[in-house]
Design a protein around this ligand. Structure first.
Ligand code: FMN
Length: 208
């Protein structure tokens, strides 16, 4: 399947970290306005972007023992991203690339799999944070499971703040049917942890 090279997004740094934190909040009402591929690239970079390639292999999110158990999947709705076709993609952090998995628009099905949380139908992009836990439990045994959850929290907060920085909104969605989500994203080995719809907030006052 196709691979799409991403350029790192605007990284505008308009807001200070404290300003960004003050504006953080869950967004559940998305406008029809598409986002840009560069913005999606920034969001993905904030979640798992590779910073250094030497022995420490730093990413934007810390990882217990640098085991990097997280995977980010992306569902793009029809006309959801200005210069990227609808479909399901897998983010490959090492190459800062999207690998196309399918051309389906699964936004309606995601909403159904999240026990009919309606606002998910409207999000231009929906991320899935998933994990291959054995990468971490191989090193830390059972305790590794909690490390994976800690790490996913760090990644999701990065994504939330990066969204704010670009005037976009998101929310962490934990209520969903695991089996249905796995099937939708065509996952075999990895476990779905959380869903994050991303888009422009419909309510202009959201970031006021
Ligand atoms: C682990 C976790 C799971 C969540 N799951 C959902 C969810 O399934 N649906 C939803 O609408 N919000 C979900 N939320 C968002 C919370 O409802 C929200 O953070 C909370 O109401 C506080 O609002 P705020 O984020 O705007 O400060 C979740 C948040 C967390 C941290």
């Amino acid at each position: 399947m196709d691979k799409i090279k991403l350029t790192t997004g605007p990284l505008s740094d308009k807001l200070s970290l404290n300003e960004t934190l003050k504006k953080r909040g869950s967004c559940r009402n998305f406008s029809d306005k598409p986002i840009f591929k560069n913005q999606l690239a920034s969001i993905l970079w904030s979640g798992q972007g590779v910073l250094t390639r030497n022995y420490d292999m730093r990413r934007t999110t810390p990882s217990a023992g640098s085991t990097f158990p997280l995977e980010l999947m992306v569902a793009v709705r029809k006309d959801g991203v200005e210069d990227l076709a609808q479909g399901i993609y897998h983010y490959l952090p090492g190459q800062h690339t999207l690998k196309k998995i399918s051309e389906k628009d699964i936004s309606e099905d995601i909403s159904a799999a999240c026990f009919n949380q309606e606002y998910l139908k409207k999000a231009p992009v929906t991320l899935l944070v998933a994990s291959e836990e054995t990468r971490t439990t191989r090193m830390y045994a059972e305790r590794g499971q909690r490390y994976v959850y800690m790490e996913s929290g760090a990644a999701m907060q990065n994504i939330s703040l990066e969204a704010v920085e670009m005037g976009l909104g998101t929310v962490i969605v934990g209520a969903f049917d695991d089996a249905a989500v796995k099937k939708l994203f065509e996952l075999e080995e990895v476990k779905p942890l959380a869903i994050m719809p991303v888009g422009y907030p419909k309510d202009k006052a959201f970031y006021a």
